[in-house]
Design a protein around this ligand. Structure first.
Ligand SMILES: *[C@@H]1O[C@H](CO)[C@@H](O)[C@H](O)[C@H]1NC(C)=O
Ligand SMILES: *[C@@H]1O[C@H](CO)[C@@H](O)[C@H](O)[C@H]1NC(C)=O
Ligand SMILES: [Fe+2]
Length: 426
């Protein structure tokens, strides 16, 4: 009963001012294989030239991945630590496996299988140099709308998927994490899925589970150790010439926090000649003209905007608001040619529906906004140029609803700056 109450509180819209169109039904993805069959297979980048393969089995089985460059021929086998499982009230998860494989060659297709048997999967490693293409969508959930978004993402090639928080919308109903894992497997087993947490990942229950993120951290292990972070809730990675910061909107971010200290060290270690682009993902947007979730990202913006500005981050992606909105380059609420462009892309298709109401008149820093489900594509062509496009789900990938060319701040003689500390003079 208490659980139900908590669930309703979590699920309730936070603002009464907007109404959303009808949500579409949840999709159910039952497990069809045996107890030892691998399910919920997904991959993530795990440090230079390495990939982490994650999956779940209903019973204890070997944490081993066999892989190679030819279908059916596995020239290499890698083992991981013993699988783990977690409890959440009366739920006990399956056995969760994480195995790091590599070194792998760039732009190469590998065939693999998990646990010493089962079906064959394949993935392609990202390129080591430009061009590189990211697909981006947040607030996925697991509805018919989600399925449409995933079909659009998978309908056109890309290298890495970026998810700025809110994955399964399990909201404490743990079996929904499993069905989400099965729903995304056809995509997440083929391309690395790099995720950061949203509010729906928290799953704190007072006294019993005060820390939260139990399911998320167990299932969606990201390369935090590989990027010298102490927490799975924030980390970074490099792909081709892009450095990507995956920040935590629901863990501490103030100047005395571990996340803040990690971010300073991470930014100071970025070599712009190797990674001329820096992108960041958060969950609650710092800039938002939608009636939904207004102001929720403000404390994090106040804590961290200054350092991301000085570090010349090119674009900040957020989710949380179930709509699409793109801002011009901004800093401290004003247009600023040396600030990051902000994009809200919480349009994955979860059960809550769309956030329909934007404030009027439209502030001049907001360049495009629309409550439709869809996904974005960030194609980084070279050191100086990237192309961002947003695609609605009701159209083909070739139809672009919004697009913009971006020039990297590291290539701008006016803005170019090497970050050393928050006290940098600009
Ligand atoms: C980078 O890509 C842009 C867009 O295709 C192109 O105009 C520009 O010439 C390229 N720059 C270099 C150095 O290749
Ligand atoms: C897609 O949705 C938008 C917004 O609702 C609408 O204007 C457009 O006509 C739709 N396009 C198609 C092909 O249905
Ligand atoms: Fe959210």
């Amino acid at each position: 009963m208490l659980l139900l109450f908590f669930f309703l509180v979590l699920a309730a819209p936070t603002s009464p001012e907007y109404t959303r169109p009808h949500p579409r039904p949840l999709i159910s993805r039952p497990h069809k294989g045996s107890e030892s069959a691998p399910q919920q297979v997904h991959i993530s980048l795990a440090g230079k030239d390495y990939m982490r393969v994650s999956w779940i089995t209903e019973e204890k089985s070997q944490s081993i991945v066999e892989y190679g460059k030819m279908p059916g021929k596995y020239s290499v086998a890698a083992s991981g630590k013993e699988s783990t499982s977690y409890h959440y009230f009366f739920y006990t998860s399956g056995e969760i496996h994480h195995v790091k494989i590599g070194p792998l060659e760039p732009s190469t297709t590998y065939y693999y299988r998990c646990g010493g048997g089962g079906p064959e999967f394949s993935f392609r490693t990202p390129p080591s140099a430009f061009p590189v293409e990211f697909a981006v969508a947040g607030d996925l959930g697991q509805t018919e709308w989600t399925e449409s978004t995933l079909a659009h993402v998978g309908g056109k090639d890309y290298d890495v998927f970026l998810l700025p928080g809110d994955l399964s919308y399990a909201d404490m109903q743990q079996p929904l994490w499993d069905s989400f894992g099965r729903l995304v497997e056809p995509y997440a087993s083929m391309r690395p899925w790099m995720v950061t947490q949203g509010n729906h990942e928290i799953e704190i229950f007072p006294i019993i589970y005060p820390q939260g993120f139990k399911a998320y951290n167990a299932r969606w292990l990201m390369p935090y150790q590989e990027s010298n972070s102490k927490s799975n809730l924030y980390y970074s990675f490099d792909v081709a010439g892009a450095h990507v910061l995956m920040l935590g909107s629901y863990t501490e971010f103030d100047a005395d926090s571990d996340q803040y200290a990690w971010l300073l060290a991470d930014l100071a270690s970025v070599d712009r000649s190797k990674t001329p682009w820096i992108f960041a993902l958060i969950h609650a947007p710092w800039y938002n003209t939608n009636a939904a979730h207004k102001g929720e990202g403000e404390s994090m913006r106040i804590a961290m905007e200054n350092i991301l500005y000085k570090a010349r981050v090119d674009v900040i992606f957020a989710g949380h608001v179930h709509a699409y909105e793109r801002f011009t380059r901004v800093y401290d609420n004003k247009a600023d040619q040396c600030g990051p462009a902000h994009v809200t892309i919480g349009d994955g298709g979860n059960r809550e529906g769309l956030a329909m109401t934007f404030e009027n008149p439209n502030p001049s820093i907001s360049m495009y906004r629309e409550p439709s489900f869809g996904h974005g594509r960030l194609r980084v062509l070279n050191n100086t140029h990237a192309h961002w496009s947003w695609h609605r789900n009701n159209e083909t990938n070739s139809v672009t609803a919004d697009e913009i060319w971006l020039e990297s701040l590291s290539s701008s003689s006016r803005c170019n700056h090497v970050f050393t500390s928050p006290n940098d003079e600009l």
